[in-house]
Design a protein around this ligand. Sequence first.
Ligand SMILES: Cc1cc2nc3c(=O)[nH]c(=O)nc-3n(C[C@H](O)[C@H](O)[C@H](O)COP(=O)(O)O)c2cc1C
Length: 219
Amino acid sequence: MKTVILYRSKHHGNTKKLVDAVVANFDNVDAIDVAALGKNEYPDLDEYPLVGIATGIYYGKIDDDLARVMEHIINEGQKIFGLITYGGSSKWYGKDIDGICRMKRAVFLACWGCAGFDTWGPYKFMGGMNKGRPNQDDIQACLEFYKKLLDDYGDILDEQYEQYKKRRAYQEAHPAGGLMSNIKRSAKKITGKSKKPAAQASRRESSSVDDADSKADSE
Ligand SMILES: Cc1cc2nc3c(=O)[nH]c(=O)nc-3n(C[C@H](O)[C@H](O)[C@H](O)COP(=O)(O)O)c2cc1C
């Protein structure tokens, strides 16, 4: 399963530990650090059926740049999972990723998270919270989460991705043409001018044959 993990890990590299572990332990996993992207650089994720979004939690949200990039590059129908680390104990942080997926009509499959070392604000004076996290157990649990995702969804995702690629190719070959052409097409349909001349001619022929037949019958 070709996977890309889009990530931002700006506090202590906690989230990056999870990303690195997934990349090191599974084939076909690429990672993109959002911090390394230019201001208006939006990589094309079209070749990836599965996209991971990995982030620390900052002021109760996922990273702003990651959210912006995600909004730009997630495709309709793409399958998304989340990996998060946080200083507090909330398990609801995946809601931001879910919200963007809904907006983009992508499918949010699942989210996994664990505590991460946190020296933000007052915690700095206490030597920080969650020292040593993510630890080996966290990383192992994260790898198991990803493996289960592949076991549960892998075949389905590959199959759906093939369908998605066919649909995209068809749409590109048959562009809708925008609002004006839609209006013109509807107008032609309503006024009956949308039939191809050949079809119209053959209809006229067959209707005149029908007329002739019915005339003959009545005589
Ligand atoms: C500026 C800032 C704000 C943070 N806000 C929150 C927060 O609202 N809730 C929380 O649980 N953790 C918060 N944290 C802690 C981080 O989410 C946590 O340390 C995380 O593991 C950082 O991941 P990273 O090292 O990959 O950046 C904050 C950390 C920073 C630096």
